[in-house]
Design a protein around this ligand. Structure first.
Ligand code: BDR
Ligand code: CA
Length: 314
């Protein structure tokens, strides 16, 4: 089983990724850390605790609160237009009796990496602020973390926050640049693959018909929150009753890397440009001179990825 920590700004697709991880048989969720992004960091923690209660009632999984703002720049506000006021499509799920732990997200990541060298895979589903701070706290985590799978960025597609920048990178480009050039083994799962990997109303209909009894409450939550998500993607991307599985794909790739094909690329993250801040700049020249090498997912087996997602709820 893969031991993971999920770093999230618990919005709709983060919630789907977390629910997937909590139900999948091949993974141990060691903890969830939260960061500002889709919503405020405390609300992201509250949502994460509620999702744990929904998927694994009575289970205690550590939830640690992290950064409430970017390393240097002012926040451009939360993405409530995408994810709803409460971050999960305004769907109400019962509060948990558990509370966040007293360690910060970065402290938790550093401690877990050092106590379990070579064991922990960190899956980041939001701004890279917590991980950037963890590297500053203890640069040695580049050797003790097994790997980092990042949902974020785009190389060949347009951005979704700006013409060239994806939201998780755009909101804290200094942090992303620090992580990508840190020497940590990073796999970037960006819009180039997540935009292709879509969940549709037909998939939800399948889950309603064939989902296992013990997953009914989860499926009902997914259906309601996805209704909100589908509306956003209809307005913005002209998708009909369908939306990309951004965060769930990154989570699945952490467990099953062969869902994607990847290329090693030298990258930097632009953080000075007026129009290009948050852009992942890949040096694709025959002899790259800029940036540090990371793995970038360039293609995905869409059918297998979506099938893998649905299968844990069936
Ligand atoms: C990413 O931005 C967030 O709004 C989503 O949760 C996802 O992590 C997609 O660009
Ligand atoms: Ca997210």
């Amino acid at each position: 089983k893969t031991r993971i920590i999920i770093d999230a700004d618990t919005g709709i697709d983060d919630a789907l990724a977390i629910l997937y991880a909590l139900r999948a048989p091949n993974v141990i969720v060691e903890g969830i850390t939260t960061v500002f992004g889709n919503i405020a960091v405390e609300k992201a923690a509250d949502n994460s605790l509620r999702l744990i209660e929904l998927a694994k009632p009575g289970y205690e999984i550590p939830v640690a609160i992290g950064a409430s703002k970017a390393l240097v720049r002012e926040s451009s506000g939360f993405a409530t237009h995408v994810h709803g006021e409460n971050g999960i499509g305004n769907v109400e799920i019962p509060a948990s009796t558990q509370h966040p732990i007293s360690e910060t997200a970065s402290e938790f990541i550093v401690r877990m990496a050092n106590e379990n060298p070579g064991e922990i895979v960190l899956v980041t589903l939001a701004h890279l602020t917590n991980l950037s701070m963890a590297i500053d706290m203890d640069p040695g985590i580049k050797n003790t973390l097994k790997k980092v799978v990042v949902m974020g960025g785009t190389i060949f597609n347009p951005g979704n926050r700006t013409p060239v920048a994806e939201a998780n990178i755009a909101g804290d480009p200094e942090a992303a640049d620090h992580v990508f050039t840190s020497g940590l083994p990073v796999m970037m799962v960006g819009l180039d693959v997540t935009l292709k990997t879509r969940i549709t109303q037909e998939h939800i209909d399948l889950l309603n018909r064939f989902g296992r009894e013990e997953n009914k409450a989860i499926i009902s939550f997914m259906e309601q929150s996805l209704t909100h998500y589908f509306n956003f993607y209809r307005e913005v991307n002209f998708l009909i009753n369908s939306a990309p599985l951004h965060d769930p794909l990154a989570l699945m790739v952490a467990l099953q890397p062969d869902l994607v094909t990847y290329k090693e690329m030298n990258v930097r993250v632009e953080h000075k440009g007026e129009f290009t801040s948050g852009m992942v700049v890949a040096d694709l020249r025959a002899q790259p001179k800029v940036g540090k090498p990371i793995q970038v997912a360039v293609d995905v087996d869409v059918e297998r990825a979506v099938g893998t997602f649905l299968s844990v709820f069936m």
